[in-house]
Design a binder for this molecule. Structure first.
Ligand code: 26A
Length: 346
C-alpha cells in the first residue's frame, strides 16, 4: 500500500447514533414517512425513537452519513489517515459513537456541547428500503469556532483531502465554505456529497455557494433528480448522464483540478463525468444476491468511503470508483452502516 500522509483526510458533518429497526407500512404511515427517504424530524416525529426502541427491538448503531464514510475510508487506509469533525453532547450516545469509531481507528474531534443531547437518527427498514428521521441535537451546534480552534485548524492545514457530507448544509455552511476556500487556495481536493434530495431542494443556496469549490461531487440518482428539478435544468430528471456533465462543468475556483461528478444508482451502473470532457463513463456495481443483503442503510456512505480512500491512495478514478462499489457491497451485508470484522482487504 502506498504511504499515506498522517490525517490526509479531514471529514465534516453530523455525528448521529442510528436507532434502527425493521418496520412495516403501518409504522411508516403512523409517522407520515416515505419508505426510502431522509428527513429532519419535526415535533410529530419525536415519539418514533421510543417507539422503535420499545416496540420494534431497535438496535443502536453508529451513524451520521459522513461519519460512516470516514469510518469506511479509515477501514481501508493505514492507521491515522482520517479525522472527523462534528458536534455531540456529553452523554451515553456520544460514548457509544466514540467506541464505534475506535473499532476502525477513526480519530474524531467532536465539538462537545454539555447542554444538548447527541443527535439520533431513526432508521426504519422495510425490505431493501430505509427511511431516516433525524433529530440533530448537538450536531446542529457545530460551529466555525470549533473548526478555527488552533489544534483543529492544524489538522485542516495538514490534510490534503476534505470530505463534507451534504447534511452539514443544514448546520454550518460557513464551516463548509471555509474548508472549500482552504482547499482551493492550497490546491487540495474538496469533496462534497449531496447526501439527500431535500438538501438539493431546501438547502439549494448554501449548496450552490459551495459548488465553485467542488473538486468531486457525489450523489445518487434521486439527489441528482432533485438537483435537476430545483435548478430547473433543461434535462429529464432521469437523465443522470446529462446531470453529471452539468455538475462537472459548473464554474470552478481552482482551475488546477478538473471537477469529477459521480452519480450512483443503486444496483445500476455508477455514472462519472469529468469537467471539460464529453465522455461520460459507466461503472458496474459489485452485485450480490438479494438474500445476502442485510440492509441498505449507509450503502451510499460506504461507497463514498471506498471512493475517497482510493483518491487518498492516489488510485485512478476507475479504481477509486471500484473501491467504492467494493466497500458498499461489504456494508450492505452488515447491520446498518457498518463494515465487516475481521477486516477484508480490497
Ligand atoms: C441532517 N440530517 C438529516 C442528517 C442525517 C444523517 N447524517 C447526517 N445528517 N440523516 C440521516 N443521516 C445518516 O445517514 C446514514 C445513512 O446514509 C444516518 O445516521 C445513517 O447512518
Amino acid at each position: 500500500m502506498a504511504a499515506t500522509k498522517e490525517y490526509a483526510l479531514v471529514c465534516l458533518e453530523n455525528p448521529l447514533l442510528d436507532i434502527q429497526a425493521v418496520g412495516d407500512k403501518a409504522l411508516l404511515d403512523k409517522y407520515g414517512l416515505k419508505d426510502n427517504d431522509a428527513i429532519l424530524a419535526e415535533e410529530k416525529h419525536i415519539p418514533i425513537y421510543e417507539d422503535l426502541l420499545s416496540n420494534y427491538d431497535a438496535k443502536l448503531i453508529a451513524g451520521g452519513a459522513a461519519q460512516n464514510t470516514a469510518r469506511g475510508a479509515q477501514y481501508i487506509l493505514p492507521p491515522n489517515s482520517v479525522v472527523y469533525f462534528g458536534g455531540v453532547g456529553d452523554d451515553k450516545y456520544a460514548a457509544t459513537l466514540r467506541d464505534a469509531v475506535k473499532q476502525v481507528g477513526l480519530r474524531v474531534e467532536y465539538r462537545v456541547d454539555p447542554k444538548i443531547p447527541t443527535g439520533r437518527c431513526g432508521v426504519v427498514i422495510t425490505g431493501h428500503n430505509r427511511s431516516l428521521v433525524t433529530d440533530l441535537g448537538a450536531a446542529n451546534h457545530y460551529d466555525l469556532e470549533h473548526l478555527k480552534r488552533d489544534d483543529i485548524w492544524k489538522l485542516v492545514q495538514g490534510a490534503e483531502y476534505f470530505y463534507v457530507g451534504g447534511y452539514h448544509f443544514t448546520v454550518c455552511p460557513q464551516a463548509i465554505q471555509t474548508l472549500g476556500e482552504e482547499a482551493a487556495a492550497a490546491n487540495k481536493a474538496f469533496i462534497v456529497n449531496v447526501s439527500a434530495p431535500f438538501i438539493a431542494e431546501f438547502f439549494k443556496d448554501p449548496l450552490d455557494a459551495s459548488s465553485k469549490y467542488w473538486d468531486y461531487v457525489i450523489c445518487n440518482e434521486t439527489e441528482a433528480a432533485s438537483y435537476a428539478k430545483s435548478h430547473a435544468l433543461p434535462y429529464a430528471e432521469t437523465d443522470v448522464a446529462a446531470i453529471a456533465k452539468h455538475l462537472a462543468n459548473l464554474p470552478k475556483e481552482n482551475s488546477k483540478r478538473a471537477r469529477v461528478a459521480v452519480i450512483t444508482q443503486g444496483t445500476e451502473p455508477t455514472i462519472v463525468a469529468q469537467q471539460g470532457s464529453d465522455d461520460v463513463k459507466q461503472f458496474p456495481v459489485h452485485a450480490i444476491a438479494k438474500e445476502q443483503i442485510n440492509d441498505t442503510n449507509g450503502a451510499g456512505d460506504a461507497f463514498a468511503g471506498g471512493f475517497v480512500a482510493g483518491l487518498v491512495q492516489g488510485k485512478s478514478l476507475e479504481e477509486s470508483v471500484d473501491m467504492g462499489q467494493w466497500l458498499a457491497r461489504l456494508s450492505i451485508q452488515e447491520l446498518g452502516p457498518s463494515y465487516p470484522f475481521p477486516k477484508q482487504t480490497y
